[in-house]
Design a protein around this ligand. Sequence first.
Ligand SMILES: [Zn+2]
Length: 177
Amino acid sequence: MSTCGMCGDPSTAGGARLCELDLCQNCYHGDPHQRLVSRGFSISAERFTTRPNDDNGTLQHHLVMTGLLGRNFGVKATFRREGLGTRITKLFRKEIQVGDPFFDQLVYIDGKSEPQLARLVESPEIQSVILEFFSVPATVTLDGPFLRAEQIEESAPPELPLWRAMAIGLHYFERQV
Ligand SMILES: [Zn+2]
């Protein structure tokens, strides 16, 4: 039996593998945030609704989580999945070759081309967690020491999938060089 990749618990019985991490039952089914607090991370969650005035008035439920990293990459970039409805600048993508065709086709990066950002998106760990955010589905932004994710649904989304992605996101971003 392996050790939890998030909190270090000796048993991963009842947990699951996510983003190449074996997670214990508590980190997968419980509250991964709780397990990260002891490591000095913090995540806050906020909910609000908006009513777009350009359509038939369907309420949009937003779930926004903000995590504080123990370091500042000095980078501001938003990772969006194609088809989430936002027009974004594609210029940046031409300047960075991630090299993984699947990742390149799915991910649009809105941010200034900087060597530090290029290094981050070349990391298989970062690619893996960005895709995990997309499966929630959520858009994720790295802004200095903050990792922020936003999920928008027509009914109030459950919190656990985004907690999990945020926890893994902090875990992986924190240890990038
Ligand atoms: Zn754990």
